[in-house]
Design a protein around this ligand. Structure first.
Ligand SMILES: [Zn+2]
Length: 75
């Protein structure tokens, strides 16, 4: 296991963790502490998980720039 996973690794890990309800590993938490882009990814996953089916305008929305960064982080 790598000490510090890449943003791509983290986004894949977060996706799996959200699906399975598995707690985040230490290395992922450390990456999230250091990486704003991945914190945004986590926030977005949390929104999808908790806000599924609700009107998008009901919750906090991401700026266009944030969406762009999220998309880049997930590529
Ligand atoms: Zn990252």
């Amino acid at each position: 296991m790598k000490l510090l996973p890449s943003c791509r690794d983290v986004s894949e890990y977060l996706s799996e963790a959200m699906d399975s309800g598995r707690p985040l590993g230490m290395h992922v938490r450390l990456h999230l502490t250091l990486c704003e882009a991945c914190r945004r990814v986590l926030a977005q996953f949390a929104l999808i998980r908790h806000g599924a089916g609700r009107a998008p305008e009901a919750g906090p929305s991401l700026s266009d720039e944030a969406k762009l960064r999220l998309r880049r982080a997930l590529e």
